[in-house]
Design a protein around this ligand. Structure first.
Ligand code: FAD
Length: 834
């Protein structure tokens, strides 16, 4: 023990489990706790008012804790490398701090180590932000690079066991009191900051306002962090039941439904090892040692996801690039609209007052603090330049991003979430995802790096590795996790019941009822008047809530096209193929669910005897988009991996068309859906075992009789070798049969009884000519019934007919959802009776 040590406290603002602080206390007899408020922490370009307030509050908390044990936390403002290098030389002190994967931090560490080495001092980097020593872990891997998927990472981690136990909390016994002379010298430095508050840092007024505002759920500091952890793990039932996927962003009191620990973890008010130790301790006593330690939606699962992303950060220095290239994790090259890099935007962020700031790193800014006066309405910005002149910038390209950041997109849930983010610096994961996908994939198609930069400035829990990894996941251009579908923000809000959440964060809309709160632009004038809100063009008038800034469907279609292009491109580059496919898959799934929702709405309208034409038209368009997105030219060419989905699309589409009096077979141009193609597709469905399941789920026969015919032929032969010729013959006969029945249905005055007669006669005819087995006959009869059921008049009569039959009970039981396959034996009896 001996010498002086500077403990550089930056993102490890705590006394518990703080290995670098502990090491300094063990090695040195003079320890100087120091916090350098650098640009990345407090410059307005990098840190929003609320994020800065949270950080400064945490600094104050640690300062108070240290003062209580006869030490202190000294504050400086400036460049950490310069300040620490000069102090280290002056005091002959080594520097102790925590490893951080962020490239800029690594660069600083390298520069600092180099600067102090000649005078015999060292930079000690300890592991405090992650559970494991990730660099050491990586060095043991042959490639030296992080596993590209979480499952592989988990395999690796499972060989290590649980993380080490947290180191003891520092007390007055561990910590030498601060050397008064040294403290005095530091206090006399030009860079010394007497008090951790925005005013002392000369920050704009809104920083002071945020600082003074009570933050109910997000008060910074180790003390609050530990109390939150205690209360979180104290509710042992909730802890054991924790399920991230089921957590909701919209709790009644605004308290997070998840742990809410991320901001404290991000700046080290809480140590991850402490959380893991507490949680595993409790879970082991509750459910035994095998409580699903590592994966999924449990708290530990989430913490291991964090660890995986931190590992990616430690391995990949290009984690913040959206461009494919060496060492980049991007697998799909997508050309985003507008600049790919935030540096190329006219501005970096816009304050609530319409003042747009640029990053110091942007070349055309003279000095830090130069600002642009932004005029959101005109899409221009004026910037003071040298010689007292002003320059005007065209911001139209950036305006969409700016409105997204401000929460003025005209999509209420996006706006509510972005405003919560601006105001509180935190928002639930699913809304982060929604907003990010809106900017990047489904809506604006802007580079995710631009979104990540904006989030980094706003999130109190921002971490370089976590933020960029999550954004990369949202973008779907890398396979670090499976692609997640984008959501239509209006539908997402409606189906999730976000009315109260929207009212809370978008007060302009607070009086609108459920009918309009999700789509206020549809509110007629008298509704707007009654709700004291005006919906109109985005502009200077802050009392007007804007109409949607983009046509979301058009944008989503554009995004899809771009992704398709990119995925086609990807196919040429072997490695991206799988990713490209999975992306395309998630996109068509979105179209299908959207289309299905529209069909449900159409059903409701139909019940209310309202017109369904428009909504069914939209549904058909969505089904068509889904089909096109699948990249399949005809049902015959559906790859077996897409069978289930293709069945959903074709079936739903056929239903929607049927409701409009159209048929899938007649639609042209694409898709080229032929009867033969559909029959062959039926076989594929069956081969995949999908058809068997699907036929119970849907009234499949009535919509896609051809598919079912193909499938049924296959079903009848599933114990024999597939006889192609026979299948085709059967399909031909089936077509003949369905045509006959359809023709009969069109005959004037046709009744169910006569139609059924036709059906049975046709069937007999077919059977006598083909001598086919009973199975086909059953199926064809079932199909006949399905065809008959298409006619409303016949339906009623047929039901009566059926009721008179000895096996009526079976049919009556299935009254609500008529499924012809269930009644095969009834038909069998009919055939025998006849
Ligand atoms: C676009 C986008 C950007 C994000 N940026 C960040 C970021 O900069 N910092 C950050 O901590 N989280 C980020 N997340 C992940 C996630 O939203 C937050 O970690 C989570 O909402 C924090 O709330 P919580 O503490 O209540 O989490 P809980 O659900 O209680 O989870 C416990 C802890 O696990 C970790 N965790 C949970 N989910 C994730 C995740 N998806 N990725 C990484 N760690 C996770 C966090 O440390 C969290 O505190 C981002 C998500 C998205 C979609």
């Amino acid at each position: 023990m001996g010498g002086t040590g500077i403990v550089w406290l930056r993102k490890n603002l705590r006394l518990h489990d703080n290995p670098s602080f502990k090491l300094a206390c063990e090695k040195c007899d003079v320890v100087i706790p120091l916090c350098v408020l650098d640009d990345l922490l407090v410059h307005p370009s990098f840190s929003s008012p609320v994020k800065t307030a949270f950080y400064l509050e945490s600094v104050v908390c640690l300062q108070e804790e240290l003062r209580a044990i006869h030490s202190d936390l000294l504050l400086l403002r400036g460049s950490p490398v310069d300040l620490l290098a000069s102090l280290s030389k002056q005091l002959q002190a080594s520097v102790y701090t925590e490893f951080d994967a962020e490239p800029e931090l690594r660069r600083w560490h390298k520069l600092l180590a180099r600067a102090i080495q000649p005078s015999g001092e060292q930079l000690h980097l300890c592991i405090g932000n992650s559970m494991y020593d990730l660099e050491r872990l990586l060095s043991r891997l042959p490639s030296g690079r992080a596993p590209a998927r979480q499952s592989e990472f988990m395999k690796l981690v499972s060989t290590l066991g649980l993380p080490e136990k947290p180191v003891d909390t520092l007390t007055s016994k561990d910590l030498p009191s601060l050397d008064k002379d040294i403290a005095k010298d530091i206090m006399q430095m030009r860079e010394f900051v007497p008090e951790a508050c925005p005013a002392a840092l000369d920050l704009p007024d809104e920083y002071t306002e945020a600082w003074e505002m009570p933050r109910r759920h997000w008060q910074g500091g180790e003390v609050v962090g530990l109390a939150k952890l205690a209360s979180f793990v104290g509710d042992t039932d909730a802890l054991a039941r924790f399920n991230k996927a089921a957590s909701s962003p919209a709790t009644d009191d605004g308290r997070p439904s998840t742990s809410g620990l991320s901001p404290y973890l991000a700046i080290g008010c809480l140590s991850v090892r402490t959380i893991v130790a507490e949680v595993t301790g409790i879970l082991s006593s509750l459910v035994g040692p095998h409580h699903g330690l590592h994966c999924g939606n449990s708290v530990l699962g989430q913490l291991f996801l964090r660890e995986f992303f931190l590992c990616l950060g430690a391995s990949e220095r290009k984690l913040d690039t959206c461009v494919k290239g060496t060492n980049s994790l991007i697998e799909l090259d997508v050309t985003w609209d507008g600049p790919a890099d935030p540096k190329d935007l006219t501005y970096t962020w816009v304050s609530q007052r319409g003042c747009a700031y640029k990053c110091p790193e942007q070349s055309n800014v003279r000095e830090e603090g130069d600002s642009l006066e932004a005029s959101p309405a005109s899409g221009t910005a004026i910037m003071d330049v040298e010689g007292g002149k002003q320059e005007q910038y065209d911001m139209s390209e950036d305006q969409l991003v700016m409105r997204w950041m401000e929460g003025k997109t005209g999509f209420p849930l996006i706006d509510a979430a972005m405003r919560q983010l601006n105001k509180e610096g935190w928002v639930h994961h699913s809304l982060r995802f929604l907003c990010a996908a809106f900017l990047n994939r489904g809506g604006l198609f802007k580079s995710w790096v631009i979104g990540a930069r904006a989030f980094a400035r706003m999130l109190t829990d921002c971490d370089w590795a976590l933020n960029n990894s999550n954004w990369m996941c949202v973008s779907g251009t890398s396979s670090i996790v499976g692609a997640v579908p984008t959501r239509d923000p209006t539908e997402f809000a409606r189906s999730g019941g976000y009315a109260a959440y929207i009212r809370k964060h978008v007060p302009e809309l607070r009086n609108l009822d459920e009918a309009y709160i999700y789509s206020p632009w549809l509110a007629p004038d008298h509704v707007q008047e009654a709700a004291a809100v005006r919906i109109g063009e985005y502009g200077h008038d802050q009392t007007v809530y804007p109409t949607p800034m983009v046509d979301i469907n058009e944008r989503a279609a554009n995004a899809l096209k771009q992704f398709q292009n990119a995925s086609r491109f990807g196919e040429l580059h072997g490695r991206s193929k799988r990713k490209a496919e999975s992306l395309v898959e998630t996109e068509w799934q979105e179209w299908v669910s959207h289309a299905q929702r529209l069909c449900e709405k159409a059903q409701l309208l139909k019940k209310r005897k309202e017109s369904t034409g428009r909504i069914l038209g939209e549904a058909c368009t969505c089904f068509e988009r889904a089909w096109m997105t699948m990249g399949v030219s005809s049902p015959e060419t559906v790859p077996s991996s897409l069978t289930g989905g293709a069945f959903d699309v074709l079936q739903g589409w056929a239903c929607a068309l049927r409701e409009r009096g159209q048929s899938l077979l007649n639609e042209s141009p694409p898709p080229q859906v032929s009867r033969r193609g559909l029959c062959q597709f039926g076989r594929l469905c069956l081969a995949k075992d999908y058809f068997k399941k699907a036929r119970d789920k849907f009234d499949a026969v009535s919509c896609l009789p051809e598919v079912c015919a193909g499938g049924q032929c296959q079903l009848n032969r599933n114990r024999c070798l597939i006889d192609e010729a026979k299948v085709l013959r059967c399909m031909k006969r089936f077509s003949l049969f369905t045509e006959r029945v359809s023709r009969s249905m069109c005959e004037e005055g046709a009744t169910a009884a006569t139609l059924l007669e036709h059906a049975v006669a046709s069937l007999r005819d077919i059977m006598s000519r083909s001598g086919d087995k009973k199975g086909d006959a059953q199926f064809l009869l079932a199909s006949a019934l399905a065809l008959l059921m298409r006619s409303d008049e016949c339906r009623e009569e047929l039901t009566e007919l059926v009721e008179r039959h000895p096996h009526q009970r079976k049919v009556v039981a299935a009254e609500d959802s008529f499924q012809p396959f269930r009644h095969l034996d009834w038909f069998q009896d009919v055939v025998q009776d006849e």
